[in-house]
Design a protein around this ligand. Structure first.
Ligand SMILES: Nc1nc2c(c(=O)[nH]1)N[C@H]1C(S)=C(S)[C@@H](COP(=O)(O)O)O[C@H]1N2
Ligand SMILES: [Mo]
Length: 210
């Protein structure tokens, strides 16, 4: 078991126990080339799918021991996780102190049990969008599937019923209207990753394009 994984899960356990530390403010908090906004812009492919809660499903499968298809009731019955993070879009806007609530990625991996060969994760969304992440990038204390933002159910334009939040990556790495989470034993590029965007997408190293 990797030390970085254990450390991240420990930080997450502290947050789940209500003892997590808030992100520390510093002069370096805004990544290079970004400007601060407060109006949470929306970005999508021009489609904002309407997914009624009674038809919503999240299918989690691939290289896992216990695949799961969650309906809304089962998803909301999982341990709930609230966290505050900063949000960075590759089109140069960032917004600080975004409070998202949902189900943490650690809770999902505890549920489906990724197999040892699982190394990457591919996300599919209800609008046809796809994106990918390494499993390492997701096994962090701030990654979640969010259904609420700043105390309100996530609006449709921001990916409601539920979206993925990966704060340490540019925001295109988090699928809005998430529908499927597929664990893989190899990498598979998503929509923007196939179109010239960086596969690692680290805002703090200006890592925008491949
Ligand atoms: N399903 C889906 N997810 C998506 C996108 C999309 O077009 N479809 N756009 C991505 C991009 S480029 C960004 S910056 C963020 C924008 O989230 P927001 O519209 O809530 O600001 O969602 C990401 N997730
Ligand atoms: Mo974006």
């Amino acid at each position: 078991m990797k030390d970085s994984y254990i450390a991240a899960k420990e930080r997450w356990a502290q947050k789940m126990a209500g003892k997590g530390k808030r992100s520390i403010r510093s002069a370096d908090r805004l990544p290079p080339g970004q400007r601060l906004v407060t109006d949470f812009p929306t970005l999508d492919l021009g489609i904002q799918p309407e997914v009624p809660l009674e038809r919503w499903e999240l299918k989690i499968h691939g290289k896992v021991a216990s695949p799961a298809t969650l309906n809304w009731e089962r998803f909301k019955a999982l341990p709930q996780f609230k966290d505050v993070s900063d949000f960075h879009c590759v089109t140069t806007w960032s917004q600080f102190d975004m409070e998202f609530e949902g189900v943490s990625f650690f809770t999902l991996t505890d549920l489906v049990q990724p197999l040892p060969e699982a190394s990457h994760v591919y996300f599919k969304a209800y609008d046809g969008y796809t994106t990918n992440n390494s499993l390492d990038a997701l096994m962090d204390d701030d990654v979640l599937i969010a259904h609420s933002w700043n105390g309100e159910p996530l609006a449709k334009e921001h990916g409601g019923p539920a979206r993925v939040i990966v704060p340490k990556r540019y925001a295109w790495k988090g699928a809005k209207w998430v529908k499927e989470i597929i664990f893989l034993d190899r990498d598979l590029l998503g929509f923007w990753e196939l179109r010239g965007y960086s596969n690692t997408a680290d805002p703090f190293t200006d890592d925008r394009f491949a």
